[in-house]
Design a protein around this ligand. Structure first.
Ligand SMILES: C[S@@+](CC[C@H](N)C(=O)[O-])C[C@H]1O[C@@H](n2cnc3c(N)ncnc32)[C@H](O)[C@@H]1O
Length: 258
């Protein structure tokens, strides 16, 4: 069972923000770090998920590090995720990233010019995302990009079904949690923390069904190259990468009438 970490504020002048975070994401605000176990820690510079025995912290980072490198040298529209959602020439689909996580895929798509709505149900991931987006909004290299990213803290299967026809996105993108994602040490550290605090997404079939009802053009599911498909209807096509596979589904709205 996933364990919801407490929120601890270690920046005295940010106590009121910590209180607002606790209310917004239903987190319990504690005044000391736990001696064992994860905590969401609000420091002067960022919010991160930390463990006393783990090296490094997990956060949503759009300004520096891997995100900055990928923004500048990542291969633009040639990146597999860009091809997967159907970016072509000047065509930029409107995307709902229904499993936003730490927002890495969404940020790539927004960097390329797409409007992306990020849906995240976990209070832990949603709080980290809110902080990462706020920091990126305050930085001149990323402010215009994150203007195209809108975060919604909700269960995406429920949220998608509330959209009326004018609000339906071109593409719904899904990357549910499964064991052993990614090979890099950083990805492992993030996944370990997420496995502990969020757990596996065992209800992806329901999310896929909602996505198929709502997307106008395509539903894209990211999986490990040899990973199992989401249970439910089989994909209509797939794109294999080195470590990742994208499964494509034609949504109900764009299937030819029988
Ligand atoms: C593997 S992570 C996604 C990583 C993300 N693609 C990235 O680039 O950082 C999966 C995330 O999807 C979220 N999730 C799974 N099912 C969801 C649902 N039905 N609604 C909203 N969020 C969901 C989980 O809470 C988790 O944070």
């Amino acid at each position: 069972m996933p364990v919801l970490p407490p929120l601890v504020c270690l920046a005295p002048n940010r106590q009121h923000e910590a209180e607002a975070f606790a209310v917004q994401f239903a987190l319990s605000l504690q005044d000391h770090l736990p001696s064992d176990g994860y905590a969401l820690v609000l420091r002067e510079t960022q919010l991160s998920l930390e463990h006393p025995h783990a090296h490094g912290a997990v956060m949503a980072e759009f300004v520096e590090g891997a995100a900055a490198h990928r923004r500048q040298f990542g291969g633009g529209k040639g990146q597999p995720v860009a091809k997967a959602i159907g970016i072509k020439g000047s065509y930029l689909p409107q995307v709902v990233d229904a499993t936003a996580g730490l927002g890495r895929d969404a940020f790539v798509l927004a960097t390329l010019g797409c409007e992306v709505t990020l849906i995240e149900r976990s209070p832990v991931a949603a709080a980290l995302l809110a902080d990462g987006l706020a920091r990126a909004a305050a930085h001149s290299d990323t402010a215009d990009i994150v203007e195209r990213m809108q975060l919604v803290h909700a269960d995406a299967a429920d949220w998608l079904l509330t959209l009326d026809s004018a609000q339906r996105p071109d593409v719904v993108y899904l990357d549910p949690m499964f064991p052993d994602t990614g090979k890099s040490a950083a990805a492992k550290k993030d996944m370990q923390a997420f496995q502990h605090c969020i757990g596996d997404d065992l209800d992806s079939e329901r999310l896929l069904a909602a996505a198929l009802q709502v997307a106008k053009k395509r539903v894209v599911v990211k999986r490990p190259r040899l990973g199992e498909r989401i249970p439910g209807p089989p994909p209509n096509a797939e794109l294999q990468g080195k470590s990742t596979r994208f499964d494509f589904y034609v949504p109900l709205a764009s299937r030819p009438p029988r």
